[in-house]
Design a protein. Structure first.
Ligand SMILES: *Cc1c(COP(=O)(O)O)cnc(C)c1O
Length: 394
């Protein structure tokens, strides 16, 4: 059984996007930048397990997710790549880090202590990524306080610093000078981290004696570096460093208002079918609140997808869908399970294909357009495609 409204996920498009992005950033021959593929939030609504496995097929060696639970789900789905967890760990069940072999981000001193205790309990050396807050004021060790906070973290006997990263707050705003300021703060912070790391590694080696598989031996000499989300990747190659962390671009969308010449294809399209067609007389209302009033005899197509499927209420009276190769307006209120479109003058019958996101004939609507219509970002449009909608992979 499958409902008429389905999300088609084109895994070949995903792999091709991955390859184009890889080629785009791998320009430095001696030390090519590689990709940490971001698959958090069920791979932006596309289905984390299927997306992760397809990315591995395409060559991805590191994936990133939001929390330990997402990481554990990826591991259970058979993912073998390294899995980086972005989120804070202070209120998480840390066993999952070890059970699912995840790489944590350490972004607060409290998390550092908790993860050190857990790693000692498991008698493991755990590699981690250190997150620096360079001005977003969300997670991360403050860039201007590292002298106070780093020594304890770097001295943690069971924790090995593998990478250092930051996250930009305004990469998608070409006007914002804050982006460049964050980059400069990050580069100064990197110097401090490297310097402290050298010092602490020296100490750890002296303290560990010889012959044991000690932390001093496994600690990395020079942690690798990453910073760029999709917008930063497009904006400035100086922030590519060793890895970039695209999410949205992998799914074939460019973060607004930016543009790109990288040939990317949207991975997800959303399709439905007309379930009923109704003739309405002039001067009547349609749907909850009778928000749409007919001025002339009107033909309404009823489409079985509503706000419970993630289609925003604000699409009513603003959005469009594609039927018979034409853009037709969504009229009246979006209901929980249905929406209504004005198909007056078109020869529409039950069973006709409806494209909500995607193309039909010469017309197309992408998640970026839908987001602009309702005043949000394409990220939200994708992530909110409901769990009731089956993802069909091809
Ligand atoms: C979500 C996220 C990304 C990816 O962002 P996009 O804008 O989708 O490329 C990168 N880094 C971190 C830390 C994130 O949370």
């Amino acid at each position: 059984m499958i409902r008429p409204t389905v999300a088609r996920v084109d895994l070949n498009a995903l792999k091709t996007n991955y390859r184009h992005l890889s080629a785009h950033v791998a320009v430095e021959e001696s030390r090519p930048t590689t990709i940490i593929a971001v698959v958090k939030a069920n791979a932006y609504g596309h289905g984390a397990a299927q997306v992760a496995r397809a990315l591995e097929d395409a060559g991805a060696t590191t994936l990133a997710c939001a929390d330990i639970e997402e990481g554990a789900a990826l591991r259970s789905a058979g993912v073998r790549a390294e899995i980086l967890v972005f989120g804070a760990l202070s209120v998480s069940d840390l066993d999952g880090l070890f059970d699912a072999r995840l790489t944590p981000t350490i972004s607060t001193p409290g998390a550092a202590r908790a993860v050190q205790v857990a790693a000692a309990k498991y008698r493991q050396q755990l590699r981690y990524h250190l997150k620096i807050d360079t001005g977003m004021n969300r997670l991360g060790f403050r860039f201007d306080n590292l002298r106070r906070t780093l020594p304890e973290l770097l001295a943690s006997p069971n924790l090995d610093l593998d990478a250092v990263y930051t996250h930009f707050a305004t990469a998608d705003n070409p006007e914002s000078p804050h982006f460049n300021e964050q980059r400069l703060r990050f580069e100064r912070a990197l110097e401090e981290v490297r310097e402290s790391n050298r010092r602490v590694r020296g100490d750890r080696r002296e303290n560990s004696g010889t012959g044991s598989a000690s932390s001093a031996i496994s600690a990395v000499a020079s942690p690798y570096v990453h910073a760029a989300n999709s917008a930063a990747l497009l904006r400035d190659s100086r922030v590519w460093y060793d890895c970039v962390r695209p999410g949205l671009l992998l799914y074939g969308l460019v973060p607004p208002p930016l543009a790109s010449t990288i040939p990317l294809t949207p991975v997800m399209t959303l399709h439905s079918r007309v379930v009923a067609v109704k003739g309405v007389r002039a001067g009547e209302g349609v749907g909850y609140g009778l928000k749409f009033n007919t001025e002339q005899p009107t033909t309404i197509a009823i489409i079985p997808a509503g706000y419970a499927d993630g289609l925003d209420l604000r699409l009513g009276g603003r959005g469009v869908v594609l039927i018979r190769g034409r853009r037709v307006p969504i009229v009246g209120a979006v209901s929980m399970d249905m929406l209504t479109a004005d198909v007056t003058g078109l020869d529409v019958s039950p069973g006709d294909e409806v494209v909500i996101i995607g193309s039909q004939g010469q017309e197309r609507i992408d998640a970026r357009e839908m987001a602009a219509t309702i005043g949000t970002i394409p990220y939200e449009v994708l992530c909110r495609i409901g769990s009731r909608i089956e993802r069909v992979y091809d």
